[in-house]
Design a protein around this ligand. Structure first.
Ligand SMILES: C[S@@+](CC[C@H](N)C(=O)[O-])C[C@H]1O[C@@H](n2cnc3c(N)ncnc32)[C@H](O)[C@@H]1O
Length: 270
């Protein structure tokens, strides 16, 4: 099936306007991934498919489109420096701040993909607060793709995927399921609230976050989309709250008044 320039531009514009993702340099990716999906679905052309997506009022086909086109690469302990910083700097700050109040930790993994990121965060929290009763360590994990959220909720991973984790965590927080699979145990899974959320939209979540992980997702957004998103996140951070972006990313500090702490770590001035 041939992807004409016109069809390509229509798909690029649709995805850009709705999800902020810039695929203008990704013709091969689109034809590779979407081509297979269209053949399986019995479509005759990309044009026929785009018309269906654009005309679908409840957005079901748009969700399938985004499931096919997003890049969801992630792994446990990715960018370890953030988890170390969380444990050594951020959690002691939260403990000092909330310990005498409601013992509430508010963390958002804002492009959580298949779950490795929020589960790693939760394991750090469980370890940190293990001797300290009464803390609510439930965290929020969101992504635009329903496909990855479903996988994340199941908490099932191959043996090789949990390899980067320390052995104590593997023993404590996973149970074996067959020869090659492990599942995150209930104690950790019940602490993660997974929700579909488009980062282009207004943030509907109540309360201010202590920490937002916004890692390896802004690479797909243009400067204006990034600027608006960073401002919305700034407004939803607690005073003194932290923002982590991917270690190869940086933010334009004129976008919002974030204080630079070290590469890929920023803070809302308290
Ligand atoms: C490369 S993964 C990053 C996963 C994890 N944060 C990490 O650093 O390992 C990027 C994720 O961003 C999600 N994403 C892309 N555009 C989005 C949008 N507009 N709103 C929410 N999530 C989006 C994708 O579905 C994908 O799962």
């Amino acid at each position: 099936m041939v992807l004409t320039d016109q069809e390509f531009i229509r798909i690029v514009n649709y995805v850009k306007n709705r999800y902020g993702i810039d695929l203008s340099q990704k013709k091969i990716l689109i034809s590779g991934r979407l081509g297979n999906y269209l053949l399986r679905g019995g479509y005759q052309s990309y044009g026929e498919y785009i018309r269906e997506v654009e005309g679908d009022p409840n957005g079901k086909e748009a969700a399938n489109l985004i499931n096919v086109l997003t890049t969801n690469h992630t792994y446990f302990m990715r960018e370890f420096v953030h988890f170390e910083f969380l444990q050594k700097v951020v959690l002691p700050w939260i403990k000092g701040k909330e310990g005498k109040r409601n013992k509430d930790v508010r963390i958002w993994s804002a492009a959580s993909s298949t779950g490795e990121e929020p589960y790693t965060i939760e394991m750090v929290l469980k370890d940190f607060f293990s001797l300290d009763a009464g803390w609510d360590t439930q965290i929020l994990a969101t992504d635009i793709s329903t496909r990855v959220l479903q996988k994340a909720k199941s908490g099932v991973y191959l043996t090789e995927q949990i390899e980067p984790l320390p052995d104590t965590w593997k023993r404590r927080y996973f149970k074996m399921r067959g020869a090659e699979e492990y599942q995150v145990n209930e104690e950790i899974r019940k602490e993660i609230v997974f929700r579909q959320f488009n980062l282009m939209d207004d943030i509907p979540f109540k309360g201010l976050f202590h920490v937002v992980f916004l890692r390896n997702v802004m690479i797909y957004f243009d400067d204006e989309t990034k600027r608006k998103l960073l401002q919305r996140i700034y407004n939803h951070l607690d005073a003194g709250g932290y923002l982590f972006v991917g270690t190869t990313e940086s933010i334009d500090r004129t976008a919002a008044a974030f204080q630079y702490i070290q590469p890929s770590i920023y803070r809302k001035i308290s």
